[in-house]
Design a protein around this ligand. Sequence first.
Ligand code: PAF
Length: 277
Amino acid sequence: MEVVRTVQDLRERLAREPDVACVPTMGNIHEGHLGLVGLARANARCVVTTIFVNRLQFNQASDFDRYPRTFDDDCAKLAVAGNDIVFHPDEAEMYPQPQVFAVDPPPIALKLEGRFRPGHFRGMATVVLKLFNIVQPQYAVFGKKDYQQLHLVRDLVAQFALPVRIIEAETRRADDGLALSSRNRFLSATERAEAPRLKRVLDDVRAAVESGDRNFTALEFAADAMLARHGWQVDYVVVRSRRTLATPEPDERDLVVLGAATLGAVRLIDNLEILAP
Ligand code: PAF
């Protein structure tokens, strides 16, 4: 596996590749990321994983500073997973001048995660567009765990007519259901034991909707109350349209329940797709 640190070196290296699949990450690679690499591997002859902790998408400098940077460990895992190239630019390479041009995302970017992380999706979309321009992949793999991110990336690609096909990966989970995330490492043992409750309350909402209950407000309220009773600080548990991420139309069947809540000092997100009857 090769590590490439500059845009020019990457362009030269990729010039001889007929098809490339890109897996954009901020590092701290776990099984979830390796699943994305596996999907990339199945679709293209060359897999490029990017590792870049993107300052633009952090609304708090302290979060950016404490984001785990585990480059050597990441490379060891990626090599075993069959990744071909790690693109690992530093900030001066990605942002040689202050990034004054930015992607202005649509209003849905201000809802859900965007409401609690102002500027996050603007920074995310800007770096993803830039990474796509640098890597010029035919495919890019994103996980459903960051459901709103995936939604916005799909729209970004469609609206800017980018020649890249987005491949969606299912969320990888621990045996007890907890979605894999770089943040899980910050959970204490007691919090780790409690953490799977987020998925369980989403399961309950899904089961109710799939059995015909469309009183979303009541279901959301019950889910919220259940988490709060067990010490979570809930940002949202909401049922949304999969297509728009807005409140579902009365006859809409392709839904998703999304949740975000903090346990101790660790904010977790999760979601489950729902097919209403
Ligand atoms: O999902 C992430 O790790 C980041 O948001 C991404 C897509 C790599 C952009 O920095």
